[in-house]
Write a protein that binds this ligand. Structure first.
Ligand code: HEM
Length: 457
């Protein structure tokens, strides 16, 4: 990389950096609106670090695992979520755990951490299996018919998140929640594009009114859950009761209702849509690779000895977990992480100036030519323990890295393995046609719904 620092002349890079790729602004904005994955500079799939200029501003794309570690783990304190995240998610999630920074983030994380300890998660396994069984029973009644597997998985993971974390959800309308999340996320490309050109927050864009209505519905549903929990507190020590009880150690204040709802919104969206998408992509991949599907089925048979899947089986389903990991490599449900430098900091040989926007394009890291052999091939053996050990820890990071790593990562994997085991024990899903293009709407969805035919195992 050559040339003088493209970021800021005073930043005196420790080593001269460049070249800066410069996309046509109009083209980049159109790509962002259509599918932010298409707006990634192509070099992010082959280079460790890419400097790219759009609308006069240079951003950094970090694809190298060691540099990702340096940024997200070692320099986590000097990175904030930044304007991009605030614009895209702030209207829905306020300043909850996913969107907050600094001390406000820290006390929220500490307040709910115990719900995600291994001992607490183990207690949730029966609820995960019960929701999976309901889905499996529903699908068994539709043998020979075509189902939208994305929708089926959304329903399953939604049932799990409200049952395990939100006192059962007190009758929230799952179909309307799913539609509302889609309505909210649909115009997210516009919020990214308007952020890039520095347009004011109030700038209208297509789909904005519908997105606002969707947020109103979601927040008012969660406000009812909160009211119900306050009215008739249960003895469950779940997320809602933790949020109600939380106290900021610095100010000793409690969360306002608005702040509790910010967090319920965060957990209901981050906590079910991502896992559902990972599962839907997994079913599509298995249907296209019968040899791996047969290995999963054989493992389930062996572990359960032909009986019902029980909580203690989940940790033993190692190959099933490998399959889910490989599906999330190819289709990471959260495909791009964004940060903004709150101060100048050193990254590799460069000095990154305050205010620089950085992207960790997880999707590109997972498809990177220098990290993976045959990156486009589905091969669950990449996640055998020896193969995993031989790779850099941050070569694979569907859940992010550092202190902001997904708090629900172990929950999600446990849930996904439970759902795969229960369903694949009883039935198979078959697909016709090509796999739809992955489309980023904050999360990574199939551009058209994944229609699959249900057949008996
Ligand atoms: C396969 C499923 C999932 C994937 C791929 C995923 C991915 C991620 C990623 C990449 C981040 C980090 C974002 C960043 O650094 O900017 C994150 C954060 C987060 N996730 Fe997940 N997630 C999943 C499931 C879940 C579940 C099940 C829950 C809750 C039950 C959850 C709750 C959260 C929360 C609250 C944060 C913010 C954490 C913080 O900033 O302290 N996620 N997730």
């Amino acid at each position: 990389m050559t040339g003088s620092s493209p970021l800021n002349d005073q930043s005196v890079s420790l080593r001269p950096m460049g070249p800066v790729t410069e996309a046509s602004t109009a083209k980049a904005l159109l790509a962002l609106i259509r599918n932010p994955l298409d707006a990634l500079p192509p070099a992010v799939f082959t280079e460790p670090l890419v400097f790219s200029k759009t609308a006069g501003r240079v951003s950094i794309y970090i694809s190298d695992p060691a540099l990702i570690q340096e940024a997200l783990v070692k320099n986590a304190d000097v990175l904030g979520k930044g304007d991009q995240v605030r614009r895209a998610l702030g209207p829905a999630l306020g300043s909850g755990l996913l969107t907050a920074d600094g001390a406000h983030w820290k006390w929220q994380r500490q307040s709910v951490a115990s719900a995600f300890r291994p001992s607490s998660l183990t207690e949730l396994q029966p609820a995960m299996l019960a929701a999976a069984r309901q889905t499996s029973d529903r699908l068994l009644k539709q043998q020979g018919e075509t189902v939208d597997i994305g929708h089926e998985m959304m329903k399953t993971t939604f049932d799990i998140i409200v049952e395990t974390m939100m006192s059962g959800g007190h009758g929230i309308d799952v179909n309307r929640v799913e539609r509302s999340i889609t309505d909210y996320l649909r115009p997210s490309g516009w919020t990214f594009a308007l952020g890039v050109v520095g347009a004011p927050d109030w700038t209208p864009y297509p789909g904005r009114r519908r997105a606002t209505k969707a947020v109103e519905f979601l927040r008012s549903s969660l406000s009812s859950v909160l009211e119900e929990c306050r009215r008739s507190p249960s003895d469950r020590h779940d997320l809602v009761s933790m949020l109600i009880a939380a106290t900021d150690p610095e100010t000793e204040r409690k969360m306002t209702d608005e702040e509790i709802i910010d967090n319920l919104m965060t957990f209901i969206t981050a906590g079910h849509e991502t896992t559902a998408l990972g599962l839907a992509w997994t079913f599509d991949l298995l249907a296209r690779h019968p040899e791996y599907e047969a290995r999963v089925a054989a493992e389930i048979d062996e572990v359960t000895q032909g009986g019902e899947v029980r909580p203690e089986h989940i940790a033993e389903l190692h190959y099933t977990r490998q399959v889910f990991s490989e599906a999330m490599r190819l289709y990471p449900p959260a495909p791009i992480i964004t940060r903004t430098a709150l101060k100048d900091f050193k990254l590799g040989d460069y000095l990154v100036p305050e205010g620089t926007v950085m992207f960790v394009p997880i999707y590109a890291v997972h498809h990177h030519a220098a990290i993976w052999s045959a990156p486009e091939t589905f091969d669950p053996d990449r996640f055998r323990p020896d193969a995993t050990k031989a790779r850099h820890r941050y070569a694979y990071m569907p859940f992010g890295a550092g202190p902001r790593i997904c708090i629900g990562n172990a929950f999600a994997v446990m849930e996904a393995v439970a759902v795969l085991a229960v369903i694949l024990q009883k039935l198979r899903l078959r697909t016709a046609g090509n796999t739809p293009e992955p489309l980023m709407k904050v999360t990574l969805r199939p551009r058209t719904s994944l229609k699959m035919t249900v057949v008996a195992a």
